[in-house]
Design a protein around this ligand. Structure first.
Ligand code: ACO
Length: 322
C-alpha cells in the first residue's frame, strides 16, 4: 500500500519584521500596540515590497523545502499552490512557480483557493494523488501577499495580516506518514469574511478589500477547528493525548488557545507563530511547521495535527506522523 510522507519543509518571510508600533506610525492608524497584542497576540508581521508577488515568496520557500527533501525541481510531478492572492487572474501561481523553479518535466500544476484553509486542502489533495499511485512527489505551497488586499484605513483588519510562504515536499512511502485528513466547507457563511470585488471590463467592480465580521469569524473558527480535529483523530483511532504538536492556522492567539483548550491539548504543545508573522492565511500552517522543524521542536516520528479555517467558510485538518 502506498502512503504519503513529508520529506522536507521550507518557508520564507519577506523583508524585515514590522512591529505594531512601526505599522501604526507608518500607516497613521488609530490603534495601539497594547490593543493589538491583547486582542490578537500579534506583535509584528512581514510585508512584501511593491512588485514582490506570491510566486516570488513561494519560490524561496520551495527551494528550501526541496533542499530539505534532498531533491530537485525536476523530481516533482505535482505542484499545488494554495493562495488567495495569486500573481494574476490567470495563469495560476503554481504554473508561474513551476517555471521559476525550473521544473521542465511537465508536472501538473494548479492553485487551490480555500483562503486560510488552502494549505490543508492542498495537502489533502496531494495525499490523494500520491496514494492513488498517479503521482510520486508533490510540492505543496501556501503563499500570500495579503497586504495587497487590505484596506489600510480599516484598523479592525489591517493590523491582523502579514505576507509569507511555506512549503512541503510530499512523497510516496511504504510507511504511513499522513494518517488521516478531512476538509469541509459551508458557503452560507461567505459574508463574514470576503474580498467581494471582481475585475470586469478593465476595472474593479465592487470592493477589492478584505472585509470581516471578527466576532462571527472567531466563534466559527473555534467550533470547527475542534470538530475537525476530533474527526481526523477518530479516523486514525488516536486520542488527542498522542498529538505531539498542534499546528493550527495562525489567525489570533486567542483562537489558538481556545482550540487547544477544547481539545484538552496543553497550549505548550501548540506551535504559535502568530506573534511574529501575523495571519499569513494559506501560508500560516506551513510557516509554523517549518519554523518548528528548523528550531528542533518537531522531530521525526512525532504526531502532528495541522488545521486550517478560512473564508468560504472552509476548514480542514491533517494528522500525520512526521
Ligand atoms: N486598534 C484599536 N481599536 C480597535 C482596533 C485596532 N486595531 N480594531 C478595532 N478596534 C476597536 C473597535 O472599533 C471597537 O471600538 P468601539 O467599541 O468603540 O466600537 C473595539 O475595538 C472592539 O472591537 P471588536 O471588533 O468588538 O473587538 P474584538 O474584541 O472582537 O476583537 C478581533 C476584534 C481581534 C478582530 C477579533 O474579533 C478576532 O480576532 N476575530 C477573529 C478574526 C480573525 O482572526 N480573522 C482573521 C482572518 S479569518 C481567519 O484567518 C480564519
Amino acid at each position: 500500500m502506498t502512503h504519503t510522507r513529508v520529506s522536507g519543509t521550507g518557508s520564507y518571510l519577506p523583508g524585515e519584521p514590522i512591529s505594531n508600533a512601526d505599522l501604526i506610525a507608518g500607516r497613521a492608524l488609530d490603534s495601539s500596540d497594547e490593543w493589538i497584542v491583547e486582542r490578537t497576540g500579534i506583535r509584528q508581521r512581514h510585508l512584501a515590497a511593491p512588485g514582490v508577488a506570491s510566486s516570488d515568496l513561494a519560490l524561496e520557500a520551495s527551494r528550501r523545502a526541496l533542499q530539505a527533501a534532498g531533491c530537485e525541481a525536476n523530481d516533482l510531478d505535482l505542484i499545488i499552490v494554495a493562495t488567495s492572492t495569486p500573481d494574476f487572474v490567470f495563469p495560476s501561481t503554481a504554473t508561474l512557480l513551476q517555471h521559476k523553479l525550473g521544473n521542465t518535466n511537465g508536472a501538473a500544476a494548479f492553485d487551490v483557493q480555500a483562503v486560510c484553509s488552502g494549505f490543508v486542502y492542498a495537502m489533502t489533495i496531494a495525499d490523494k494523488f500520491i496514494r492513488s499511485g498517479s503521482h510520486k512527489r508533490a510540492l505543496v505551497v501556501g503563499a500570500e501577499v495579503f497586504s495587497r488586499i487590505l484596506d489600510w484605513t480599516d484598523r479592525g483588519t489591517c493590523v491582523l495580516f502579514g505576507d509569507g510562504a511555506g512549503a512541503v515536499v510530499l512523497e510516496a512511502a511504504s510507511e504511513p506518514g499522513l494518517l488521516a485528513s478531512a476538509f469541509h466547507a459551508d458557503g452560507s457563511h461567505h459574508g463574514i469574511l470576503s474580498v467581494p470585488g471582481q475585475v470586469c471590463g478593465g476595472t474593479v467592480i465592487g470592493d477589492p478589500f478584505l472585509r470581516m465580521d471578527g466576532q462571527a469569524v472567531f466563534k466559527f473558527a473555534v467550533r470547527v477547528l475542534a470538530e475537525v480535529a476530533h474527526e481526523v483523530l477518530d479516523a486514525a483511532g488516536m486520542g488527542a493525548d498522542r498529538v505531539d504538536w498542534l499546528i493550527p492556522h495562525q489567525a489570533n492567539v486567542r483562537i489558538l488557545q481556545a482550540t487547544a483548550k477544547k481539545l484538552h491539548i496543553p497550549v505548550e504543545k501548540c506551535v504559535i507563530t502568530v506573534a511574529q508573522h501575523g495571519n499569513t492565511s494559506a501560508a500560516s500552517v506551513p510557516l509554523a511547521l517549518d519554523e518548528a522543524v528548523r528550531d528542533g521542536r518537531v522531530s521525526r516520528g512525532q504526531h502532528l495535527l495541522l488545521e486550517g479555517v478560512g473564508g468560504g467558510f472552509t476548514w480542514g485538518a491533517t494528522l500525520l506522523k512526521f
